[in-house]
Design a protein around this ligand. Sequence first.
Ligand SMILES: [Cu+2]
Length: 492
Amino acid sequence: MTRTGTRGLTGSALALALLLPSAMPAAATQSSLQPAGWDDQIRLSEAVDLNDDPHIVEITLEARVDTVTIAPGVDIDAWTYNGTIPGPLIRARVGDRVIVHYTNNLPRPSTVHWHGIRVPIEMDGVPGYSQPPVEVGGSFTYDFIVPDAGTFWCHPHVMSAAQVGFGLYGAFVVDDPEEDLGIADELVIVLSDIDADENGTLRSPDTGGSLGMVFGREGNWVLVNGRHQPSLTARSGAPQRWRIINAAKSRYFMLDLGPGHMFRKIGGDGGLTEYSEDHDFLLLGAGERADVLVTPTGDPGKSLMLRSALHDRGFGSTEYRDIEDLVPITVSDLPPYAAGPLPDTTRDITPYSTEGATAVDLTLTLTQDPRDRSFEYRINGQPGWTTTPVLAALGDVQLWTVENTTKWSHPLHLHGFFFLVLDEHDEPVRPLEWKDTVDIPFEKTRRLLVRFDERPGTWIFHCHILDHAEGGMLSAVQLGLPASAFTPLAVH
Ligand SMILES: [Cu+2]
């Protein structure tokens, strides 16, 4: 499968994307190969499009506290979009206009951030820098074009560690109508966790105090599309496409399907990668996504398990921990499907040159106040609420060197823009992948190449372990605006 590369990050490419005929009929795909009801426990409900225009997806999104069942007999009064965790799946086609009538019926102010989608700054959902927080009972209309195909998601940016931890997140898939892998069976899989006691009461988001912040709090219930260990039935040999989103506030997932099963990774944060690649394990830091093809195989009645293996994200992250079972998969009694080999996907991605790129050095540190022993994460010596922004002119290409001096890994997320990750020789990591969130492992350095396009504004970047963002690991790019127009704010 080949597709042409019109998804460059220039303003002209953006304009081109807007002109693409998004109403063209979807290419012929085969029908489902799976048994009836195969994904009943895991399939996300889709947001209802209220607009007849085929180029516009118009939906309502209400943030409210509602009761959700995460496991048999375990009900939680969670913070939800439209009453479910995750919220409804938002699905559009590249170039579409998306209108979201958002109402905040939570007990606290909130916003919606569209993670990975290259929206204008007014739509980025960051209180103070993009819009005022949406107050209790208030509403806001998000209205933007989706310029890139890919697997994205949304979540609040007010008290994000608490609000995301309580259940506020949703998947957002942008389809490319020209893309046809010939695989009808697709799952959108949102991985997360939630912290609740045995009665289903949400635990405080501040457990463990400052030390809890330093580690990054993980919920005790691991969830897949809002349920603990939902099951799946699969026909042996029939390929499936899984779009996976790590929406957990701190947890990493090291996905493993067991012996004889691989993940063919075809895409990541920002749509398809340069070429597909097979992996035994798939690591997703908080905020990252993967688009993979999998083919469960086995005799009828055989059980497989999608698991999360142990991953060392820093001090205390693997001790006394178990492998997590995520999705039990039962092989159905349908006759095995004799599929050909999985498709190899490719995409033309032209990397920017590092030549002439503006060098930006960022150092991630952890400090402790000797008076009250409290901890603070910092970027270049400052927490988010006193930070000095990175300055960028419209069209600037920047080479970021991010040094993590701390004993914990940090999945760094840049709002509004994709970047390429460079290897130790300053060459882009292959296959090329547009990223918006990259893991900076503990005591390691990563280099990123980013081009800031023609969308001026204050674009934050932060650790997507949301406790870390709240603990100070947040700063901003001041794009196309003078430094004097920047006022640091306590955003998280
Ligand atoms: Cu972090």
